[in-house]
Design a protein around this ligand. Sequence first.
Ligand code: LMR
Length: 385
Amino acid sequence: MGARRGPPTPDMRVWTPTFVGVSWWRSVSAIYNVIPAQAGIQMRFNRARTVLLAFASLALAAAPLRAEQEPTAVPIVIKFSHVAAPQAHKSLAGEHFKKLAEEYTHGRVKIELYPNSQLYKDKEELEALQLGAVQMLAPSVSKFGPLGIKAFEVFDLPYIFAGYDELAKVTEGEVGRELLNKLESKGLIGLAYWNNGFKILSANSQLLGPDDVLGLKMRIQASKVIEAQMWALGALPQVMAFSEAYQALSSGVVDGTENTPANMYNQKMFEVQKHATLTNHGYLGYAVISNAKFWKGLPPDIRAALERAIAETTPVANKLARDENEAAMAEMKASGRTVFHEPTPEEMAAWRAAMLPVHDEMANRVGRDLIDRIYAATGHKPATQ
Ligand code: LMR
């Protein structure tokens, strides 16, 4: 597969370097909350935002005290931002969590949900959480690399999990917990994993095997492992925010992508992709995270109630995701817009042979030891040579 690979070039990465806003500062939040992330007019506010960030940091530092002094009068507001569609399982899981959280805290906490990148896009939302502009997120674990936490990209290794049972041994086990703990070095706290599902490949041309992906521009999340996987297939990976994927596919800026059936359906990508192949080659899932300083500053009873609400939401979130992936696949097949191809055993062997060398290639980045611990936890070591 060596001949397929090309060197990554800087223009392959298209993060928009906009700065975050401080939408929770009450006197200005109304302004920021009505500015959609996609509006492209954020630049005009950068200077004001920089000033506001200073106030944000001060207010964040004072937050624990306020919460304890006024346990009932003013609810603690938790802004939970994410990039998935309002009808997506991540939104439904967020609503379930909100209901439980508000009930278990007897109204002392108010959860505000902001789906669909309406506050921030992928990279901006992580910055916003670090700065305290929002208090909760559930980003894909594939998006922590740019923060400097590369180990999460182990989840992106192709075919590392044979299915949901193997996956659960990691997300609900010691290795998963240790990975979440790594977030603390970046001022974040990892609270749970919520699944989305397994990814399939799509394009406007038939994808029967790796040769069909050769030279295609493929939208990916910001993960070096996914990038390496696309190079291994001979494709040209293009890192792009989730909120921009549909437009890029429909305008031909990229030729194809990989995602779960649920995301492909909710973002209407199936309307602009004629073919998809059920490779199920990689996992896409979320880490539910908060700002560590905010979380640890919460009154202990409130924090315990929220942690209980999250723990009780996790199995619900995972079931919603599985159901939605199945329903999405059925809807997309029925629509006739995309032709779905189930690989033959021979074709599947070719996909695996092309992608599995990425395990060894990326061992230095994500950690050989971590990869081996995942093989041991799942009881499954794919043949990578
Ligand atoms: C993506 O960027 O494709 C996904 O991580 C989006 C999501 O949150 O499911």
